[in-house]
Design a binder for this molecule. Structure first.
Ligand code: NAD
Ligand code: ZN
Length: 373
């Protein structure tokens, strides 16, 4: 007879997470060389979003000449599909896994990924799973990825028509925001990330809300310095939330930085990604702001002020699809994705969120009707 035993033990691992905000990061004394000199990898592969290759030849020239001169073994530039398609099929993940295999890259090798949020999610997923994880350096190239997703610890792709169904939590070794990359964005993607800046401001920072309001005209005029300041502030608050918020791998119910996201993810799916993530977040924020009002938590004037700020950055706060009864299923899908109890964040004031554990269909409907006026 064997005595049943239970052996408990606990361990923790310290993660390092570093964010650099800069311009011209591939210069000789720049952040790319600085990060790599700490890491001393055996091999490097630079992966780039096709959208940058098409729109920013000058940046691509800088990267290719850096590849030629770097001392470490660095393979030719690896170009992959950008945009949501990078996450909706397996081709980007397959191409990265295949290259890691063929080039004999090991756990001491580096994948340096330059691209938008979708491509970074897919490349990050492949990098985290090959050999159970190579080093990843992310260089976000859109406003949304520079202010939000780039510093996040999540990687993944969509499956079964559900956003981020397959993925892992795995912090990158470093994130380098090179704001030169943003110069080649079309207007739509230049503004798209402003919804995430406003989200961070609404949930965590009345100062950032004021700063964003004051920046409207300059951002409209594509002033890169103003944009860079907003990106850096938002990314820093985001990073602080991850490293000091007590739940970096999202094991608890509350996800403050998912404000507005239950509806956003559902609308992206329902519109077959005709809406960008940033645009869908803008509509999702408007819905949750108005739900906060409907439930008596938030003053209508504050909701209107935030909605006006979204409009000032050309962001939508309504869409025909939001009247489709399918939208409400987004709440259940959100609960399923989070695991456990439903927790939705609403607002009492700017910088003062509250958590609710249910949101009725009639409240959402009233909110949507008000937004449609
Ligand atoms: N992992 C996370 O924590 C997290 C958080 C928020 C959002 N996301 C994900 O990010 C994705 C959205 O990312 P996005 O808004 O960055 O858009 P995106 O990655 O879909 O890119 C948009 C378009 O811009 C192009 N592009 C990229 N950089 C460019 C540049 N510098 N110049 C010209 N064109 C360029 C791309 O090729 C693409 O066509 C969504 O899939 C969303 O789910 C992930
Ligand atoms: Zn988001």
């Amino acid at each position: 007879m064997i005595d049943a035993q239970k052996i408990n033990s606990e361990f923790s691992i310290a993660w390092k997470h570093q964010l650099f905000c800069t311009q011209n990061a591939f210069r000789k004394d720049g952040e790319v060389n600085c990060v790599l000199s700490d890491l001393r990898p055996s091999k490097i592969m630079v992966v780039i979003d096709r959208g940058i290759v098409d729109a920013n030849k000058e940046y691509v020239r800088k990267v290719t000449s850096w590849i030629k001169t770097t001392a470490t073994t660095c393979f030719p530039l690896h170009v992959v599909q950008g945009g949501e398609e990078a996450k909706t099929n397996d081709s980007v993940v397959e191409s990265i896994l295949g290259a890691i295999n063929e080039l004999g890259m090991c756990r001491n090798s580096v994948i340096l990924a330059i691209g938008g949020g979708a491509m970074l999610d897919a490349v990050g997923f492949a990098t985290s799973t090959a050999h159970r994880g190579l080093h990843l350096i992310r260089m976000p190239s859109t406003s949304l990825s520079a202010c939000d997703s780039g510093v996040g610890v999540k990687n993944g792709i969509n499956k079964y028509n559900k956003k981020n169904f397959v993925g892992v939590f795995d912090p990158p070794y470093a994130v380098i925001n090179d704001y030169d990359l943003l110069l080649s964005l079309d207007d739509r993607h230049w503004f798209s990330g402003m919804s995430e800046v406003i989200k961070v401001a609404l949930v965590k920072s009345p100062e950032l809300f004021k700063q964003t309001k004051a920046a409207v005209a300059l951002v409209q005029n594509r002033d890169i310095e103003t944009m860079a300041e907003l990106m850096t502030t938002s990314a820093t608050i985001h990073l602080k939330h991850i490293t000091e918020g007590g739940d970096p791998f999202e094991r608890l119910d509350a996800r403050p930085l998912d404000f507005g996201h239950w509806a956003a993810h559902k609308l992206e799916q329902m519109t077959n990604h005709e809406l960008t993530h940033g645009e869908a977040v803008s509509i999702g924020l408007a819905i949750d702001l108005q739900c906060s009002v409907e439930l008596g938590h938030l003053d209508q004037k504050i909701a209107d002020e935030a909605i006006a700020l979204l409009h000032a950055f050309n962001l939508p706060t309504k869409h025909p699809m939001m009247h489709d009864p399918e939208l409400i299923h987004g709440i259940e899908e959100f609960r399923e994705h989070l695991g456990g109890r439903l927790t939705i964040l609403l607002l009492e004031d700017i910088g003062e969120p509250i958590e609710v554990h249910e949101l009725s269909e009639s409240v959402v409907k009233h909110a949507i009707d008000r937004l449609s006026l």
